[in-house]
Design a protein around this ligand. Sequence first.
Ligand code: ZN
Length: 189
Amino acid sequence: GADMVHLDVMDGVFVPNLSFGPPVIERIRPLTSMTLDVHLMMQYPDRLIPAFAKAGADIINIHAECASPLGDTLEEIRKLGKKAALTLKPATPAEAAFPWLDKLAMVLVMTVEPGFGGQKFMADMLPKIAALRSECRRRGLDTAIEVDGGINTETGPLCIAAGVDWLVAGSSLFHAMDPAAVVNVLHSK
Ligand code: ZN
Protein backbone atom coordinates (compact mmCIF):
# COMPACT_ATOMS: atom_id res chain seq x y z
CA GLY A 1 0.00 0.00 0.00
CA ALA A 2 2.98 2.35 0.02
CA ASP A 3 2.96 5.13 -2.57
CA MET A 4 6.64 5.40 -3.35
CA VAL A 5 10.07 4.00 -2.58
CA HIS A 6 12.51 6.32 -0.79
CA LEU A 7 16.15 5.41 -1.37
CA ASP A 8 18.82 6.73 1.00
CA VAL A 9 22.13 7.18 -0.78
CA MET A 10 25.04 7.86 1.61
CA ASP A 11 28.56 8.69 0.45
CA GLY A 12 30.58 8.20 3.66
CA VAL A 13 31.60 11.89 3.51
CA PHE A 14 28.46 14.01 3.85
CA VAL A 15 27.27 11.43 6.40
CA PRO A 16 29.48 8.95 8.27
CA ASN A 17 27.81 5.97 6.65
CA LEU A 18 27.86 4.34 3.22
CA SER A 19 24.92 2.77 1.43
CA PHE A 20 24.56 2.29 -2.33
CA GLY A 21 24.65 4.14 -5.62
CA PRO A 22 23.21 4.14 -9.14
CA PRO A 23 23.76 0.41 -9.96
CA VAL A 24 21.45 -0.69 -7.11
CA ILE A 25 18.77 1.81 -8.14
CA GLU A 26 19.07 0.57 -11.72
CA ARG A 27 18.26 -2.95 -10.48
CA ILE A 28 15.27 -1.75 -8.41
CA ARG A 29 13.77 0.28 -11.29
CA PRO A 30 12.34 -2.64 -13.35
CA LEU A 31 10.81 -4.20 -10.21
CA THR A 32 8.25 -1.46 -9.58
CA SER A 33 6.28 1.28 -11.27
CA MET A 34 6.22 3.20 -7.99
CA THR A 35 7.94 6.58 -7.84
CA LEU A 36 11.59 6.23 -6.86
CA ASP A 37 12.48 9.09 -4.52
CA VAL A 38 16.27 9.23 -4.32
CA HIS A 39 17.69 11.07 -1.30
CA LEU A 40 21.33 11.96 -1.94
CA MET A 41 23.22 12.37 1.33
CA MET A 42 26.27 13.35 -0.67
CA GLN A 43 28.87 16.10 -0.43
CA TYR A 44 29.06 16.50 -4.24
CA PRO A 45 25.75 15.27 -5.68
CA ASP A 46 26.29 17.25 -8.92
CA ARG A 47 28.96 14.75 -10.00
CA LEU A 48 26.45 11.92 -10.24
CA ILE A 49 23.10 13.52 -11.15
CA PRO A 50 23.13 12.10 -14.72
CA ALA A 51 23.96 8.63 -13.36
CA PHE A 52 21.05 8.72 -10.89
CA ALA A 53 18.70 10.04 -13.58
CA LYS A 54 19.76 7.27 -15.96
CA ALA A 55 19.38 4.64 -13.22
CA GLY A 56 15.67 5.49 -13.02
CA ALA A 57 15.20 8.02 -10.22
CA ASP A 58 11.94 9.99 -10.48
CA ILE A 59 12.66 12.49 -7.70
CA ILE A 60 16.21 13.55 -6.87
CA ASN A 61 16.73 15.09 -3.42
CA ILE A 62 19.94 17.01 -2.77
CA HIS A 63 20.93 18.53 0.57
CA ALA A 64 20.94 22.31 1.10
CA GLU A 65 24.18 21.77 3.07
CA CYS A 66 26.09 19.95 0.29
CA ALA A 67 29.15 21.41 -1.42
CA SER A 68 27.67 21.45 -4.96
CA PRO A 69 26.21 24.68 -6.37
CA LEU A 70 22.52 24.36 -5.45
CA GLY A 71 21.01 26.38 -8.30
CA ASP A 72 22.99 24.62 -11.04
CA THR A 73 22.45 21.17 -9.55
CA LEU A 74 18.67 21.65 -9.17
CA GLU A 75 18.56 22.98 -12.73
CA GLU A 76 20.41 19.94 -14.04
CA ILE A 77 17.94 17.60 -12.31
CA ARG A 78 15.07 19.47 -13.97
CA LYS A 79 16.79 19.48 -17.37
CA LEU A 80 17.08 15.70 -17.18
CA GLY A 81 13.30 15.53 -16.80
CA LYS A 82 13.33 14.59 -13.11
CA LYS A 83 11.64 16.22 -10.14
CA ALA A 84 14.08 18.29 -8.07
CA ALA A 85 13.87 18.32 -4.29
CA LEU A 86 15.88 20.02 -1.56
CA THR A 87 16.56 18.42 1.81
CA LEU A 88 17.18 20.29 5.07
CA LYS A 89 19.16 18.83 7.98
CA PRO A 90 17.70 19.49 11.45
CA ALA A 91 19.96 22.51 12.11
CA THR A 92 19.13 24.17 8.77
CA PRO A 93 16.25 26.67 8.99
CA ALA A 94 13.19 26.61 6.72
CA GLU A 95 14.38 29.90 5.20
CA ALA A 96 17.31 28.07 3.53
CA ALA A 97 14.80 26.54 1.10
CA PHE A 98 12.92 29.78 0.35
CA PRO A 99 15.17 31.03 -2.53
CA TRP A 100 14.65 27.73 -4.39
CA LEU A 101 10.99 27.00 -3.62
CA ASP A 102 9.60 27.83 -7.07
CA LYS A 103 12.07 25.40 -8.68
CA LEU A 104 11.31 22.53 -6.32
CA ALA A 105 8.81 19.71 -6.61
CA MET A 106 9.42 18.92 -2.95
CA VAL A 107 11.21 19.99 0.22
CA LEU A 108 12.38 17.19 2.51
CA VAL A 109 12.63 18.03 6.20
CA MET A 110 14.93 15.68 8.09
CA THR A 111 13.42 14.81 11.46
CA VAL A 112 16.61 13.03 12.61
CA GLU A 113 20.31 13.67 11.84
CA PRO A 114 20.89 12.00 8.46
CA GLY A 115 23.11 8.95 8.28
CA PHE A 116 21.59 6.15 10.31
CA GLY A 117 18.19 4.48 10.61
CA GLY A 118 16.34 3.86 13.84
CA GLN A 119 16.73 7.32 15.42
CA LYS A 120 14.11 9.11 17.48
CA PHE A 121 11.83 11.69 15.81
CA MET A 122 12.71 15.35 16.58
CA ALA A 123 9.40 17.02 17.44
CA ASP A 124 11.06 20.46 17.35
CA MET A 125 11.09 20.14 13.53
CA LEU A 126 7.30 20.58 13.43
CA PRO A 127 7.48 24.43 13.39
CA LYS A 128 9.91 24.20 10.44
CA ILE A 129 7.37 22.12 8.52
CA ALA A 130 4.64 24.64 9.35
CA ALA A 131 6.88 27.54 8.22
CA LEU A 132 7.55 25.86 4.87
CA ARG A 133 3.86 25.08 4.38
CA SER A 134 2.89 28.65 5.17
CA GLU A 135 5.51 30.13 2.79
CA CYS A 136 4.40 27.81 -0.05
CA ARG A 137 0.78 28.81 0.55
CA ARG A 138 1.68 32.52 0.67
CA ARG A 139 3.43 32.21 -2.72
CA GLY A 140 0.75 29.99 -4.26
CA LEU A 141 3.19 27.10 -4.78
CA ASP A 142 2.14 23.46 -4.72
CA THR A 143 5.60 22.29 -3.56
CA ALA A 144 5.23 19.07 -1.62
CA ILE A 145 6.69 18.70 1.87
CA GLU A 146 8.18 15.40 2.95
CA VAL A 147 9.59 14.21 6.28
CA ASP A 148 12.25 11.58 6.87
CA GLY A 149 13.41 10.18 10.20
CA GLY A 150 11.67 8.47 13.12
CA ILE A 151 8.29 8.37 11.36
CA ASN A 152 5.78 5.92 12.79
CA THR A 153 2.05 5.79 13.54
CA GLU A 154 2.50 8.32 16.39
CA THR A 155 4.85 10.84 14.78
CA GLY A 156 3.43 10.64 11.23
CA PRO A 157 0.07 12.20 12.16
CA LEU A 158 1.86 15.09 13.95
CA CYS A 159 3.72 15.82 10.70
CA ILE A 160 0.52 15.65 8.65
CA ALA A 161 -1.12 18.12 11.06
CA ALA A 162 1.87 20.46 10.53
CA GLY A 163 1.38 20.36 6.73
CA VAL A 164 3.37 17.38 5.41
CA ASP A 165 2.35 15.57 2.20
CA TRP A 166 4.78 12.64 2.22
CA LEU A 167 5.97 10.49 5.10
CA VAL A 168 9.14 8.41 4.80
CA ALA A 169 9.02 5.44 7.15
CA GLY A 170 11.95 3.02 7.53
CA SER A 171 12.35 1.14 10.79
CA SER A 172 8.66 1.43 11.74
CA LEU A 173 7.72 -0.42 8.54
CA PHE A 174 10.58 -2.85 8.17
CA HIS A 175 10.46 -3.93 11.82
CA ALA A 176 6.67 -4.23 11.90
CA MET A 177 4.98 -7.64 11.98
CA ASP A 178 2.46 -6.25 9.50
CA PRO A 179 3.98 -3.37 7.50
CA ALA A 180 0.79 -2.94 5.44
CA ALA A 181 -1.14 -2.19 8.63
CA VAL A 182 1.30 0.62 9.44
CA VAL A 183 0.83 2.08 5.95
CA ASN A 184 -2.94 1.83 6.40
CA VAL A 185 -2.84 3.75 9.67
CA LEU A 186 -0.66 6.49 8.10
CA HIS A 187 -2.97 6.70 5.06
CA SER A 188 -6.02 7.11 7.29
CA LYS A 189 -4.63 10.24 9.00
ZN1 ZN B 1 16.00 9.71 3.28
